[in-house]
Unconditional design. Structure first.
Lengths: 111, 113
């Protein structure tokens, strides 16, 4: 089946720093989402981005579907950005849709 | 607030108990999902429900039984669980299956003793 890798696995940032998180996938996909999981377990949608570039405040994301990767940019990081960032891809098969989550990047932003 | 609620938020049960997890979405979506998140492992899709059909992950043991009485409610019935079933169980919904964003509930933290 399709493999999803995320890097780095762990990241510590000083407040105000910028960072780039990467998601690689091993096969063509129909959809890709980025999520932030806060320390209480809630998954929050960040971007639905099967291709192209989107921006939302301090966050932006780019997916290059032909090269099978997506990037999440966090600028001017804040302590509230701490948590785990997941990318999830969807590859539609003939009988059902299969959603695969990556292992996540654990981000800690320190004051 | 994502529009998806789950109850209970925390559950402790013995291996011989029967319990149910409840999920409700207020988004008018047609598809609902159950995921399992164990420590140190990626989220695993367990079940997908839409108006038309249920899709199962073949590796889900029969001690987990989903029920979708209507498009707004999803249940996960649990019986004779094992300690390794302790995990965070997350419910999600989307407008339809495929090509749509999924929105997640806050999860139920399950501990099996």
């Amino acid at each position: 089946g399709i493999q999803v890798e995320q890097s780095p696995p762990d990241l510590i940032l000083q407040e105000g720093a910028n960072s780039t998180l990467r998601c690689n996938f091993s096969d063509s996909v129909n959809n890709l989402q980025w999520f932030h999981q806060n320390p209480w377990g809630q998954l929050i949608n960040l971007f639905y981005i099967p291709s192209g570039t989107k921006q939302n405040g301090r966050l932006s994301a780019t997916t290059v579907a032909t090269e099978r990767y997506s990037l999440l940019y966090i600028s001017s990081s804040q302590t509230t950005d701490s948590g785990v960032y997941f990318c999830a891809v969807e590859r539609r098969k003939t009988s059902y849709d299969k959603v695969i989550f990556g292992p996540g990047t654990s981000l800690s932003v320190i004051p | 607030e994502t529009g998806v609620t789950q109850t209970p938020r925390h559950l402790v049960m013995g291996m011989t108990n029967k319990k149910s997890l409840k999920c409700e979405q207020h988004l008018g979506h047609n598809a609902m999902y159950w995921y399992k998140q164990s420590a140190k492992k990626p989220l695993e899709l367990m079940f997908v429900y839409s108006l038309e059909e249920r899709v199962e992950n073949n590796s889900v043991p029969s001690r987990f039984s989903p029920e979708c009485p209507n498009s707004s409610h999803l249940f996960l019935h649990l019986h004779t669980l094992q300690p390794e079933d302790s995990a965070l169980y997350l419910c999600a919904s989307s407008q339809d299956r495929g090509d749509h964003e999924q929105y997640f509930g806050p999860g139920t933290r399950l501990t099996v003793t």
